[in-house]
Design a protein around this ligand. Structure first.
Ligand SMILES: NC(=O)c1ccc[n+]([C@@H]2O[C@H](COP(=O)([O-])OP(=O)(O)OC[C@H]3O[C@@H](n4cnc5c(N)ncnc54)[C@H](O)[C@@H]3O)[C@@H](O)[C@H]2O)c1
Length: 348
């Protein structure tokens, strides 16, 4: 494996643990069911938007006290409302018992002031908007407010925070990249910086595993981490095929749902290749690689949708029309499917 910029080499101790240990609601839901030392931990989440409120809920569901803060009080109100709805759904789908709703809610505090939220926190998860200047000024504040032992974890989707954030203890700074909706999706990508200590990496991985999440470690920052690199490679090819008129978006989705979908629930592309045979993969890739799309920008299909303001669920129309259904309705239906799917995967 390539070793650059003084980054530590990747030492894999075995296959990534993903034996369905991804979901543990209802298996305690108390801090004392967390391994030491986490049982005594306090978590702060900064930014209560799409990701922050769900990340806060993930910690609270595992029994840890969480302070959620946002500079916009309306976002905190909305977070409270969404978290209540998520808990109702989890109870309705018997992932938690109804009696767990109140204790989980009681573990969450909604703070208007950053200093109150992060006071005494062992871990601060940052989920503010994806703007370098916003993150930079926030971390300058956090650096002064947090104890020198506090771990700082950014949920950035893409930014190389290690290039522009300055903190007193860079060995305690790390990227933890959650997926939406974070209280349901098992994967969290863990991306250390050049100065992140092995102890910070290990602590974060252990904590995420204790939450029932599946941490996947990169050895260093690379744009897109694992999943967005793979997802955008697929999106580039899919939208190229639509541009060429070779197939329709609907048929692409149907093809993927009928192959990758069920298979990827239990084996990734590398595990699949083990079954196909690496010689076959080698031949197909040798033939196909020069014939695949290699454009360095979005396709005409995507540009057209964006230019028309057809951004998807959030604007009521994308390539499909959502017929006046609200985002909440659509997300609720999607969350139910994700829950049922994760439950099915656990039985494999
Ligand atoms: N939306 C996703 O699907 C997704 C997935 C993975 C990672 N991310 C990443 O997570 C982060 C948050 O994304 P999001 O989609 O939740 O954004 P969002 O816009 O929904 O929420 C961001 C929140 O941060 C608040 N905020 C901004 N500056 C702040 C400050 N200085 N102090 C306190 N609060 C502040 C905003 O008021 C807002 O409520 C981004 O870095 C994003 O790239 C997003």
């Amino acid at each position: 494996m390539e070793r650059t910029n003084g980054q530590r080499p990747f030492t894999r101790q075995g296959p990534m643990q993903n034996s369905g240990g991804t979901f543990k609601f209802g298996s305690g839901n108390r801090a004392d069911s967390m391994p030491a030392p986490f049982a005594a931990w306090k978590i702060a989440v900064v930014g209560a938007g799409t990701m922050g409120h769900g990340i806060a809920l993930a910690f609270a569901l595992s029994g840890l006290p969480v302070s959620l803060t946002d500079q916009d009080p309306r976002q905190l109100e909305q977070a409270k409302r969404l978290i209540a709805a998520h808990l109702q759904l989890l109870a309705e789908m018997e992932e938690i018992s109804a009696s767990q709703i109140d204790p989980t809610q009681n573990r969450l505090s909604y703070c208007g002031r950053l200093e109150d939220a992060v006071c005494g926190a062992n871990l601060v998860v940052e989920a503010v908007c994806e703007t370098p200047e916003v993150k930079e000024s926030l971390y300058a504040l956090l650096d002064g407010l947090c104890s020198e032992n506090t771990l700082l974890a950014s949920n950035t989707s893409a930014l190389n925070i290690y290039d522009f954030l300055t903190v007193r203890r860079p060995e305690r700074l790390i990227i933890t990249h959650w997926f939406n909706p974070p209280h349901l999706m098992p994967l969290v990508e863990v991306v250390p910086g050049p100065e992140t200590s092995p102890q910070t990496i290990e602590t974060i991985k252990t904590l995420l595993s204790a939450l029932g999440k599946t941490p996947a470690l990169l050895t260093r920052y690379v744009p897109g981490f694992i999943i967005n690199r793979l997802a955008m490679a697929i999106m580039r090819e899919a939208s190229y095929m639509v541009d060429q008129g070779w197939t329709s978006p609907e048929d692409i989705d149907a093809a993927v749902v009928a192959t990758f979908g069920p298979r990827y629930a239990f084996e990734g592309p590398m595990g699949l290749a083990e079954n196909v045979g690496w010689d076959v993969i080698r031949s197909v890739l040798t033939f196909l690689a020069p014939r695949l799309q290699s454009a360095s920008g979005p396709s005409a299909f995507i540009d057209g949708l964006c230019a028309a303001g057809r951004l998807g669920v959030k604007t009521g129309r994308g390539m499909r029309d959502y017929g006046g259904r609200t985002i909440d309705e659509i997300q609720d239906e999607r969350n139910r499917k994700i829950l049922r799917m994760i439950r099915a995967v656990k039985t494999l």
